[in-house]
Design a binder for this molecule. Structure first.
Ligand SMILES: Cc1cc2nc3c(=O)[nH]c(=O)nc-3n(C[C@H](O)[C@H](O)[C@H](O)COP(=O)(O)OP(=O)(O)OC[C@H]3O[C@@H](n4cnc5c(N)ncnc54)[C@H](O)[C@@H]3O)c2cc1C
Length: 394
């Protein structure tokens, strides 16, 4: 693979760098460094998303007709890498990376016109209502029921682990519309407004103290029939399409590399002569390089408008493990100096310390929160099962 950038690509990289120099403030960069959970609060990311929207860059992976910038795969790679390097936040992946591509593929013209522009602009914030108590890995067993009454579905049931439900005005969800036949054939994909009467959100705190996910309860919630995506009882196909984007639809190499760079700095400062730490650092670095190459090859599939396919499970599996290794080694290297934090509020709101001290205090909650990387979006065991079936034919 020739990874040399052409003259045009270098010019593009300079344009992106110039944009990021003005677009990412010091406060924003600090909030990104001190975010210890999975995703950035909209309070941190929305301003940057709006700046991207004004530039026409807020949905780089979408087709031009829906607001994408019509970039090549290399431009997309440059953009994502430079954003990560500049410490820019990503905004509401559930909107632009998950439900957006689904609506582009399966949505009616009315749904596209209603929802896509508000993802582009950042006006809408989406959350994902898939998992239920007892229905996580075994998603097809979900029981939240939707029954047609006139021109509405009436929804009753409960979702769990709904990331940022408390910060979202829209939810996409899977509901049971039939109990006949195979379980997968009785599921429907719906879109709902979070302010619809009958929806209640209850917080769950992660083990690092952050409030990212929630339980969401549905009590006779009326959802217009026009807010169904795809056919009734065919939601499983839509759900699977979306999961491929969730597991392998975004470039994570740049983000992990930024955290790896912090780790390298930490090791140099604190344990420069420890051969065990040096070996582990090198191993992670090699894995990172390898995964980045796979990321790049998947990018050209995504840029051609296709979904990533089963390789998304490989990306999900290995990236989640690498992210955990980075946080593990960072915490071990920092030792007890990292074990002091205020768990109940975002660090970027509470701390007022010199930058190096603040970063040390982010290590423990990040380590704890990142334990969940091998669970969220489908566990490691489920990804290995998928790979065994689809890629190894077992
Ligand atoms: C940080 C985070 C954010 C999340 N955000 C969302 C969200 O926004 N929306 C949403 O809908 N969901 C969300 N989830 C839920 C996530 O999708 C589920 O946690 C995940 O699918 C696992 O389901 P579960 O928690 O019910 O565990 P279970 O399915 O009960 O699994 C328990 C254990 O059993 C193992 N296991 C289960 N089945 C098999 C099998 N067939 N073979 C081998 N091992 C198996 C699993 O690997 C796991 O180790 C989030 C989860 C996390 C951790």
């Amino acid at each position: 693979m020739d990874l040399t950038l052409s003259k045009d690509d270098l010019a593009f990289r300079d344009e992106v760098r110039a944009f990021l120099k003005d677009g990412v403030s010091d406060d924003m960069r600090r909030a990104v460094r001190l975010t210890t959970g999975f995703i950035y609060d909209p309070e941190v990311s929305l301003g940057f998303h709006k700046a991207l929207t004004r530039k026409g860059w807020s949905v780089p992976h979408w087709p031009k007709e829906h607001g994408g910038p019509d970039w090549t795969a290399v431009q997309r790679y440059i953009f994502d890498t430079e954003c990560a390097r500049a410490g820019a936040p990503t905004h509401n992946a559930s909107g632009s990376y998950f439900v957006g591509p689904v609506l582009i593929h399966y949505g009616t013209p009315e749904q596209k016109a209603k929802y896509l522009p508000k993802i582009v602009s950042g006006e809408d914030h989406w959350c994902q209502g898939y998992s239920e108590p007892g229905s996580g890995s075994d998603l097809a067993s979900l029981r939240t029921r939707a029954v047609v009454e006139g021109d509405h579905y009436v929804v009753n049931g409960q979702k769990i682990w709904t990331t940022h439900a408390h910060k979202s005005n829209r939810i996409f969800m899977l509901v049971r519309t039939s109990t006949e036949g195979k379980r997968q054939e009785g599921i429907t994909f719906l879109l709902a407004d979070m302010n619809t009467p009958g929806i209640a959100v209850r917080p769950i705190r992660g083990n690092g103290g952050d409030h990212e996910f929630n339980e969401v309860f549905f009590d006779n919630v009326r959802v217009p029939l026009q807010q169904r995506v795809g056919e009734e009882n065919k939601g499983w196909e839509v759900a699977k399409f979306l999961l491929e984007f969730e597991r392998g639809g975004s470039l994570v190499a740049g983000r992990v590399r930024a955290q790896y760079a912090q780790l390298v700095k930490l090791v140099h400062e604190r344990s420069p002569d420890d051969p065990d730490i040096a070996a582990r650092l090198a191993e992670i670095g090699i894995d990172l390089d390898t995964m980045e190459m796979i990321d790049i090859s998947v990018l050209s599939i995504l840029q051609s408008g296709k979904n990533p396919g089963p390789i998304s499970s490989l990306l999900k599996l290995r990236w989640s493990q690498i992210r955990q290794q980075v946080t593990e080694l960072a915490l071990e290297t920092a030792g007890e100096d990292a074990l002091r934090w205020e768990p109940l509020r975002p660090l970027y709101e509470t701390l007022q310390l010199p930058p190096e001290e603040e970063e040390l205090l982010a290590l423990a909650p990040r380590y704890l929160n990142y334990r969940a990387y091998t669970i969220a979006g489908g566990t490691t065991e489920i990804q290995t099962n998928i790979l065994a079936k689809t890629m190894l034919g077992l």
